[in-house]
Design a protein around this ligand. Structure first.
Ligand code: SAH
Ligand code: SF4
Ligand code: F3S
Length: 469
């Protein structure tokens, strides 16, 4: 076994965070140990994202910053994996020739072999596959946070949203078998995990491919496989919280709301990407729901799940978006009263269908609309958090507050970030009861009233895997 060191930086979405934890697990099984500084690491791995153009540009900037490290220490191994590698393939190695290994989204399991090849090769070793060899979940993991785990329920996406590059990078949707998922969650619970987040690009279509192939298993009740899975995962002993992302409004079914209400572990939190409030734009995006259907889902969620917090993703300036279309986005946003929103300026991704649409919007207009939407979502987030002040909530403690060393941070079941004073028992992985005292748009302050439940076992030092969005 070697005693080499590694450093991983993750860009992009939760799937990538999950993949990075697997890559860390693979490296640790090869004898590597983590260090918090790329300059000190024998191996630096960037797990990349290509969702928007500025993500690409920023990444190439960061990859350039590795060049002096490689020049100073030619023995250092530089690895680039993930979506940007899948997209640019040999082009990436041509632009940043100081990389040693480039691998895509489908072959993380090959890392040990690629590293061995790179040891004896002069040129970068590049391996990009078109299909997934194995679910990343089959690989060992090194989790960033001991009490939380990402659990992949499906990979890839069968939708054709015209702005989106993901299907071309992650391939068609492939679901894991429910039994494998539940077995993984049981193992995680035994290892001290108390919160899991189920991951898929479209969790509501989970299992359709299994049904098609007759592999969905026996004993299904009158529920979708995703609702069924929420029940099965929520019933695993030791799992206190279950979250999931992302559902798609077009496939959302009432049995999922019912599961969110009926399964105690499933949290009162819903991330439901809107993308646009204009029906005309939704049609051009090939998002097949309309704003009325979206608002009906929001109303059903609020009526079925008391206290549910709803978040969303919105794109501003999609090709052809007029001032009237944008006014519809503002109207739906206000009506949905989102608790939080991730807002993006539309980014042109070569290879996606939207590139060929007419009416690309002037960047100055996009910027101005973006600001108006950001002002609105900030006001809604503040109102949502202010309504929480005075209430008592269960927090799962995550770790020290990033801004105030005298406090620790935790999340409510609705995924609100709350900072509370550090104190006995208020340690990462603990469940505490806190009274919320002050609100800002993106966080709250609180006072701990009681420690409800200590973490299951002492927690080892975390590995830092910074995530840049
Ligand atoms: N499968 C998830 C989305 C994954 S991408 C879903 O359907 O919800 C995450 C978010 O990035 C999307 O919801 C969208 O809002 C944004 N996004 C994707 N492509 C984009 C583009 N070309 N320009 C701007 N934002 C984009
Ligand atoms: Fe992209 Fe649409 Fe699939 Fe989400 S559902 S990954 S936005 S194509
Ligand atoms: Fe995720 Fe970015 Fe790929 S959002 S799926 S890492 S392009």
């Amino acid at each position: 076994m070697s005693s080499k060191t590694y450093f991983i930086r993750t860009f992009g979405c939760q799937m990538n965070e999950h993949d990075s934890e697997r890559a860390a697990g693979v490296l640790e099984s090869m004898g590597y140990r983590p260090v918090p500084d790329p300059a000190r690491a024998d191996l630096v791995l960037f797990n990349t994202c290509a969702i928007r153009e500025n993500a690409d540009n920023k990444l190439y900037g960061q990859l350039s910053a590795l060049k002096p490290l490689k020049l100073a220490d030619p023995g250092k191994t530089i690895v680039v994996g993930g979506c940007l590698a899948q997209k640019d393939q040999e082009g990436l190695a041509a632009k940043v020739p100081w990389v040693d290994v480039v691998y895509g989204t489908h072959n993380m399991g090959s890392l040990p072999r690629l590293l061995a090849q790179a040891d004896s090769a002069e040129l970068p070793v590049i391996e990009i596959l078109e299909h997934t060899e194995m679910f990343p979940s089959a690989l060992p993991a090194r989790r960033e946070v001991r009490h939380h785990a990402w659990v992949s329920i499906s990979i890839g996406c069968d939708n054709t949203c015209t702005f989106c590059i993901v299907p071309s990078l992650r391939g068609p949707e492939k679901s894991r078998r429910p039994g494998d998922i539940v077995t993984e969650v049981r193992g995680l619970a035994a290892d001290g995990v108390r919160e899991v987040t189920l991951l898929g690009q479209n969790v509501n279509s989970y299992g359709r491919d299994l049904v098609r192939r007759g592999e969905a298993g026996e004993g299904r009740r009158n529920r979708t496989l995703f609702a069924e899975l929420l029940h099965a995962v929520g019933e695993v002993d030791g799992i206190d919280r279950v979250r999931f992302t992302s559902p798609h409004p077009k496939d959302f079914t009432s049995d999922v709301f019912a599961a969110m209400r009926d399964v105690p572990a499933v949290c009162e939190q819903l991330h439901l990407p809107l993308q646009s409030g204009s029906d005309r734009v939704l049609r051009r995006m090939q998002r097949s729901y309309r704003s009325a259907r979206y608002l009906d889902l929001v109303a059903e969620a609020r009526a079925t799940i008391p206290g549910v917090a709803i978040s969303t993703d919105i794109i501003v300036g999609f090709p052809g978006e007029t001032e009237d279309d944008f006014a519809e986005t503002l109207r739906v946003t206000e009506a949905a009263a989102f608790d939080s929103a991730f807002t993006f300026e539309y980014s042109r991704r070569p290879g996606t269908a939207a590139v060929d649409l007419d009416g690309h919007v002037d960047p100055a207009v996009v910027g101005e609309r973006y600001q108006r939407l950001a002002d609105l979502t900030r006001r809604l987030s503040l109102a949502g958090n202010e309504a929480q002040v005075g209430t008592v909530q269960e927090l799962l403690v995550e770790g020290p507050s990033k801004t105030d060393p005298s406090r620790v941070s935790g999340r409510t079941r609705t995924n609100r970030l709350v900072h509370v004073p550090a104190g006995p028992g208020v340690v990462p992985g603990a469940l505490v009861r806190a009274r919320l005292t002050r609100a800002a748009p993106h966080w709250l302050l609180g006072e701990v009233e009681a420690v409800l439940d200590a973490p299951a076992a002492p927690r080892p030092e975390p590995v830092l895997l910074p995530v840049l969005r």
